[in-house]
Design a protein around this ligand. Structure first.
Ligand SMILES: Nc1nc2c(ncn2[C@@H]2O[C@H](COP(=O)(O)OP(=O)(O)OP(=O)(O)O)[C@@H](O)[C@H]2O)c(=O)[nH]1
Ligand SMILES: [Mg+2]
Length: 254
């Protein structure tokens, strides 16, 4: 991860939060699309509401958001369309809600993916984080529910986490609006290339599988030239993922 040097004033989130305008449902003429992804009940909709000024339903039970919601905000004169997704445990999913999230993360071509995790249950959230990092170059980890983590006396080494994952990590307590200005600033810097990620990727793929992957992903690209992540899709097909197979067949990507 490389961060280009800036003046101290520019790096201050408090300073930059002044450049924020919550635009509600007015998503026209956006410059960037930002996806909010993560396990169920990690506070995605709460983050969405804090940034857009909308009142997307939030609730303390899994699966509250069942379809995707869209809103917008403006920051430093650039317009961001924010997409709130249903919670999902995995990109290798089967349930209908999870499919909505997976298809958007895979095929929606977001400029930035915000991965919202529960800081008090970090370990069980990491599975999805690593899966998302396989398919995107531009992501930020929103370490939410920091108030809960603090209450449980959990300390998280955010610098090491950011280094190991290869993406920025922003601690937040979205319910209390803590960390939201920093998150917005990080999203903006990722979108306009001031921060460049080097996401953690699995490297030890056997040679024969690697060759099959290469071949299949070339064929996928021939049939679907606009498709992102053809390599990951090839891997899923080789593993026999019926959902991905059906999605490709119907062409209903998003
Ligand atoms: N203590 C605390 N609670 C939070 C925080 N952020 C969200 N919550 C609460 O966590 C619950 C779930 O929040 P949601 O925003 O609905 O979570 P979600 O990720 O959108 O949930 P799904 O749509 O089901 O995936 C709500 O009761 C929120 O008020 C936080 O930073 N701290
Ligand atoms: Mg939600």
């Amino acid at each position: 991860m490389e961060v280009k040097p800036k003046s101290a004033c520019e790096t201050c989130a408090q300073f930059n939060a002044d450049g924020l305008k919550k635009l509600g449902v007015n998503t026209s003429d956006f410059d960037y699309v930002v996806a909010l992804a993560g396990n169920p009940n990690t506070g995605k909709s709460t983050v969405f509401n804090a940034m857009t000024g909308l009142r997307q339903h939030t609730g303390n039970w899994p699966g509250k958001t069942v379809t995707r919601a869209e809103g917008a905000f403006e920051y430093n004169k650039e317009k961001f369309k924010l997409v709130d997704l249903p919670g999902t445990y995995s990109l290798l999913s089967t349930s209908e809600d999870e499919e909505v999230a997976r298809n958007f993360i895979l095929f929606g071509k977001p400029s930035v993916t915000v991965i919202v995790v529960d800081a008090s249950r970090l370990e069980r959230n990491l599975n999805l984080v690593l899966q998302i990092l396989e398919i995107t170059n531009n992501a930020v980890l929103c370490l939410n529910l920091m108030d809960e983590a603090e209450r449980n006396n959990l300390e998280i080494d955010t610098r090491t986490l950011a280094k190991d994952l290869g993406i920025p990590v922003v601690p937040t307590s979205a319910r209390y609006n803590r960390g939201i200005p920093e998150l917005i600033q990080t999203i903006s810097e990722l979108a306009n290339g001031k921060i460049v990620c080097k996401p953690h990727r699995i490297k030890n793929i056997p040679k024969n599988i690697e060759q099959a992957l290469e071949k299949l992903s070339v064929e996928i690209k021939e049939v679907y030239p606009d498709i992102p992540n053809s390599r990951w899709i090839a891997l899923r097909l080789l593993e026999g993922d019926r959902n991905i197979f059906e999605t490709l067949k119907t062409g209903e990507f998003v």
